[in-house]
Design a protein around this ligand. Structure first.
Ligand SMILES: Cc1ncc(COP(=O)(O)O)c(C=O)c1O
Length: 358
């Protein structure tokens, strides 16, 4: 466990004020945070959830899967994308990633859609958007719903439109390594009145308002606290500088590492913003490089272990999705967090260049 570096006195002040007002449950800070998220994303409706995984669960429940309904999910994603859909009642069907952008392509979704497919789940990985024009065209042609997992993509736009707002419903994570954080937290967005009504009931014990014991619908408790709302408001005020800071690190890493050894940096899709979640790249020498960096005191992260290989998710018949398997074998992520200075980024680049003798 380690201290959360993304917060400082600004969050402290708003949390203190919230405690002073003796308001702990969802209240004025959550309302303000919600308004700021509506303004940022352009979504008509914004709801909170306790974390990004439960946000996906809530969004998937709102799509009302019936027994045997399938959802097409990229195999190259975080475990929670697939398990949340599974617990909500969907059968996940996995598709491979694009070797350069690491996101699943429209064609991959199209090929995997079958008679039982009710929905598809584009996941916007590492701070860039999927090709949402292509994916929405496929969804419309095939008549399937779209649940976007934008856990890593708050403030990422594709051709000017915010990730998570193209499909029927979208979700974000506010975990501590995300673009902005409330420690734990999740967000669900939708432009559909019907889905918004359903989500409102699902997240508040099947009733439109608290304080009554008549529950016209099924539901559970997905509420958050106003202390998280206060932290969220403060984080939103820092968003522009967070984006700028991450963009600078992306540029420094890209300039310093292009053409070094066999390194292949993630390609950013034309039309998409990049608000880097980390700095991901591929090298056949991943393990040795991670060791060199570790010895220099630099922590790295690997890439996702593909969903189609996870013991509790893999199909009865072994499935081969070679791109995601290669990404896992060769992928390495460098840090981009706010307390990493530009000079430290240059040092990291130096260690990598030395490792490759360039
Ligand atoms: C793509 C993706 N989906 C879902 C999640 C789950 O979010 P949380 O950790 O807030 O539950 C994450 C978290 O890392 C993620 O990266």
């Amino acid at each position: 466990m380690q201290a959360d570096l993304a917060v400082d006195e600004a969050e402290q002040t708003l949390v203190d004020r919230s405690l002073h007002q003796r308001w702990l449950t969802e209240g004025p800070n959550c309302k303000l945070f919600q308004e700021k998220l509506i303004e940022l994303t352009g979504a008509k409706h914004v709801f909170f959830a306790p974390n990004g995984t439960l946000a996906i669960f809530l969004a998937a429940l709102a799509l009302e899967p019936e027994h045997g309904d399938e959802i097409v999910v990229p195999t190259f994603t975080f475990y929670g994308s697939a398990t949340a859909a599974l617990f909500a009642g969907f059968k996940p069907v996995f598709v491979d990633a694009d070797p350069e952008t690491f996101n699943a392509r429209p064609e991959a979704f199209e090929e995997a859609i079958g008679p039982r497919t009710k929905a598809i789940m584009p996941v916007h990985i590492y701070g860039q958007s999927c090709d949402m024009d292509g994916i929405m065209a496929v969804a419309q042609r095939k008549g399937v719903r779209v649940l976007e997992d934008a856990a890593q993509a708050l403030s990422v736009r594709f051709n000017g439109r915010h990730a998570g707002t193209f499909g029927d419903v979208g979700t974000f994570s506010l975990f501590s390594d995300k673009v902005i954080t409330t420690g734990e937290g999740g967000v669900v967005v939708t432009n559909s009145e019907q889905l918004a009504d359903r989500i409102r009931l699902l997240r508040n014990q099947g009733r439109p308002h608290s304080g009554t014991f008549e529950h016209p619908s099924l539901g559970m408790n997905f509420r958050i606290t106003d202390l998280q709302g206060a932290i969220g408001v403060s984080q939103m005020e820092k968003l522009a500088s967070i984006r700028k800071d991450r963009a600078t690190k992306w540029r420094l890493y890209s300039e310093g590492l292009s053409g070094v050894g066999d390194i292949r940096i993630m390609r950013v899709l034309q039309g998409s913003d990049i608000v880097p979640f980390r700095f991901p790249f591929l090298t056949a020498d991943r393990e040795n490089l991670a060791n060199s960096l570790e010895k220099a005191g630099i922590q790295t992260r690997g890439f996702f272990y593909p969903m189609h290989l996870q013991p509790k998710l893999r199909a009865a018949q072994p499935q081969s999705l070679p791109v995601a398997e290669r990404l896992h074998a060769q992928g390495i992520c460098l840090p981009v967090h706010v307390h990493l200075s530009d000079a430290q980024v240059s040092d990291i680049v130096g260690v990598i260049r030395k490792h490759f003798g360039s």
